[in-house]
Design a protein around this ligand. Structure first.
Ligand SMILES: [Zn+2]
Length: 465
């Protein structure tokens, strides 16, 4: 590293000193003119400073209509006054269905909407974009949606039948490509046995899942991998709340590999049968009516104490009430936002949490010390990834990666010798790291028929020509 860099870090160091008060003044650059800073011990911090843990709320799209979706995300993601209270400004995303191939009769909203009115990308199982397509594309682009929920809603009353075939997934992926849509990394399985494109679970009950079987007409995982899907939730109920890592490798039936991830769905309870047998049953919590139970003070405190990850499974838009979240759940979410404000839990959309988790557990570095200027350089060499192959990360992929050092003013981060842009390096009194994403509390909500809606629709149609 040349002289130029030293000057830049020195100025940055002085700024940090000014900003963080007396503590750092004693370690200022003036002291260094007399003695050169020693090589520093570098250890990785699990989460971006100051957070102690990380949490995602991963919502399934079942029974979602635009009304409930907008109410809920205005409350969760913005800081506006909303129907559910003052917005929380949290980074919570959602999932969506490509198709509606369901004939289930349920009402999904208080105004009488049924499963036929679910918000899907395409009209039924046709290749015609639905009235909601311009809005869904917009939400994907702005981070309110980051997950495929199965290949669509294909749940049939008779679960031995299905309207799904691979061609639908081909059409959908071509559509997303034409729209230059950002790649979607997360896929969650859903529903009854009509949803034949599900994949990733190999227990007898899940024999219906054929999405990774290249010998069937339901094979889609090659298309998903091409789209950028790297993480799958394979429909395993799970009562474990806290994980050291959310990821485990899955070998698919086409021979490729993908990361599976865990979700907290509820608690397991044992039910005693009248005739003496014992069966496992589930106290399922993945409806917004019970979201507060997944976010109790005790659970969140344990998460912080364990310095763990958690991914909460829910269906944010899963009930049909006029106010789609109840008071207890709203209070629990407000409390969660306070825990983030207090630096205890970083709330991140699922795709960000999983990508961070992957890089955090796989990042490798090499510490180089320059005794001329006393700078300890943390040089990132690569990310070990047993599923997709090791790779040299960009600084964007390293967002949030943080190291403990004694004096961050005398530390720097490079990737294979190339310095990370100065604005993306963040220092605290004892850490240096790559800046996490800036909060985005923009209200992205769109309604059908508004001027913005027509603009988005004509942009969408222009891409299809
Ligand atoms: Zn679902």
């Amino acid at each position: 590293m040349g002289k130029k860099f030293v000057i830049i870090t020195t100025v940055a160091g002085m700024l940090v000193s000014v900003l963080s008060g007396a503590d750092l003044t004693s370690q200022s650059v003036f002291a260094s003119q007399e003695r050169v800073m020693q090589k520093q011990i570098v250890t990785q911090r699990k989460f971006p400073w100051p957070y102690q843990s990380m949490l995602a709320i991963e919502s399934d799209a079942d029974h979602t209509d635009l009304r409930k979706f907008n109410i809920i995300h205005e409350f969760l993601n913005t800081k506006s006054e909303t129907m559910l209270g003052k917005g929380l400004g949290l980074d919570i995303s959602d999932s969506f269905f490509l198709y509606n191939g369901s004939n289930e009769p349920e009402e999904i909203d208080y105004n009488g909407a049924t499963v036929r009115n679910e918000m899907t990308m395409f009209k039924g199982t046709s290749n015609v974009p639905s009235v909601y397509a311009p809005i869904l594309l917009y939400y994907i682009r702005h981070g309110w949606i980051d997950t495929f929920h199965s290949a669509g809603d294909f749940s049939r009353v008779d679960s031995n039948t299905t309207l799904f075939s691979r061609q639908l997934e081909v059409n959908a992926m071509n559509f997303l490509k034409k729209e230059n849509e950002v790649s979607i990394n997360v896929f969650t399985d859903h529903g009854n046995q009509s949803n034949v494109a599900n994949f990733g679970s190999y227990i007898p009950f899940d024999h219906y899942m054929q999405g990774d079987n290249p010998h069937t007409r339901y094979y889609i995982t090659d298309l998903l991998e091409h789209e950028g899907v790297r993480f799958v939730w394979s429909d395993h109920y799970d009562s474990q709340y806290i994980y050291n890592t959310m990821l485990y490798p899955i070998t698919l039936r086409d021979g490729s590999e993908m990361w599976g991830f865990y979700r907290f769905t509820g608690t397991r309870k044992v039910v005693y049968e009248p005739r003496g047998g014992m069966i496992a049953d589930w106290n399922t919590m993945w409806n917004p009516g019970y979201l507060w139970e997944q976010l109790t003070q005790t659970r969140l405190d344990e998460l912080v104490k364990a310095h763990g990850y958690t991914v909460i499974a829910t269906h944010l838009e899963g009930n049909a009430n006029q106010f789609p979240l109840n008071t207890q759940t709203i209070e629990a979410l407000v409390h969660l936002a306070h825990m983030q404000d207090h630096g205890l839990i970083l709330v991140a959309r699922t795709s960000r949490l999983l990508n961070y988790n992957l890089v955090q557990q796989g990042v490798r570095d090499h510490v180089v010390y320059d005794k001329k200027n006393g700078i300890t350089n943390i040089d990132i060499t690569n990310v070990v990834n047993p599923v997709d192959g090791n790779f040299i990360p960009t600084w964007q992929q390293l967002r949030g990666i943080t190291f403990y050092v004694k004096d961050p003013d005398y530390a720097m981060i490079t990737i294979r010798g190339v310095p990370v842009p100065a604005w993306d390096v963040t220092r605290s009194p004892q850490t240096i790291g790559l800046r996490w994403y800036s909060p985005d509390t923009t209200n992205w909500a769109v309604n059908v028929g508004t001027p913005l809606y027509f603009q988005l629709k004509s942009e969408m149609n222009a891409q299809l020509k």
